[in-house]
Design a protein around this ligand. Structure first.
Ligand SMILES: Nc1ncnc2c1ncn2[C@@H]1O[C@H](COP(=O)(O)OP(=O)(O)O)[C@@H](O)[C@H]1O
Ligand SMILES: [Mg+2]
Length: 259
């Protein structure tokens, strides 16, 4: 069942930012070849890859040709369209699968999955109009954070609401499109777990790290996190549940608020 992809093989990366760059450097040190595809050229990932393809994610013929030229495909960020991952999967294994991408790239699907798996999430409501936002504020209470359901990263597409009068401005700020209202959590800190799962279900975690944000952007990560062993064990156990329940083959990161 398991097929080991050994050094010398080519790994395709959809996306070409800083995460892809770190990935490509690590892979090439191990002897893998790296191909990257994104709509940009001379990218952080492309500069350290064997092959850089400049194409739209929607150009599925170019995506298929890209996948034909590699042994396995991954992505370096979650905003790759599902159709792109599926086109690539016609010619090479895609890890994690497009199915996992589909769940994790949209906050409502993601939160629906997490609560269905019995994992704790901040209280939330789906919001598709200003009227629904008003109802959601009444149900969840304030302060709360309104987040666009998709294409968010680094706090983009997010707006904190402290007073009911701010609802209309927040709705406009997230682009007046499908969103999620989340109760504001007064957390002690934030940690995350990067973990990997194999075709055979084998699980490994890379420890628990603490993340500090500045202006909604990750600023400093401290490894290992200075949290009690109980918190560390719980975070790893929840990460394992996420990877198992999503049937992930590949690498995934789970972020946590520590209360
Ligand atoms: N419900 C919340 N309560 C308190 N802080 C929040 C909440 N949601 C987000 N934040 C803050 O904003 C940051 C970015 O939010 P997150 O949902 O992780 O978005 P992204 O998908 O952009 O990483 C979080 O790491 C946290 O610092
Ligand atoms: Mg985050």
């Amino acid at each position: 069942m398991s097929r080991v992809i050994l050094p010398g093989a080519a790994i395709g990366v959809l996306g070409s930012g800083q995460l892809g760059r770190m990935f490509a450097i690590a892979a090439r040190r191990m002897g893998y070849r790296v191909h990257t595809l994104s709509p940009d050229s001379d990218t952080p990932t492309g500069q350290v890859s064997d092959v850089e393809i400049n194409a739209s994610y929607d150009d599925l013929d170019r995506v298929r040709e890209f996948a034909r030229g590699v042994d396995v495909v991954t992505y370096e960020f979650e905003n790759v369209p599902l159709a792109t991952a599926e086109a690539a999967a016609e010619f090479a294994p895609v890890r994690p699968a497009g199915r996992v991408l589909h769940t994790t790239q949209q906050r409502l699907r993601e939160k629906g999955f997490l609560s269905g798996a019995g994992l704790p999430v901040a209280p939330f409501r789906a919001v598709r109009s200003l009227d629904e936002l008003t109802v959601a504020i009444a149900e969840i209470g304030l302060p709360a954070v309104l987040k666009s359901a998709d294409f968010g990263y680094d706090g983009k597409g997010q707006s904190k609401i402290e007073q009911p009068e701010q609802a209309a401005a927040a709705w406009q700020a997230v682009g007046a499109r499908e969103a999620v209202l989340e109760g504001f959590i007064r957390f002690d800190g934030e940690v995350s777990v990067v973990a990997a799962r194999g075709l055979d279900g084998a699980f490994v975690d890379y420890g628990v790290v603490e993340n500090r944000h500045a202006r909604h952007i990750l600023d400093v990560t401290i490894a290992p996190a200075e949290v009690p062993p109980r918190v560390r064990a719980r975070a790893v156990e929840m990460a394992r549940t996420v990877l198992d329940q999503l049937d992930v083959v590949g690498v995934l990161c789970v972020e946590f608020f520590v209360l």
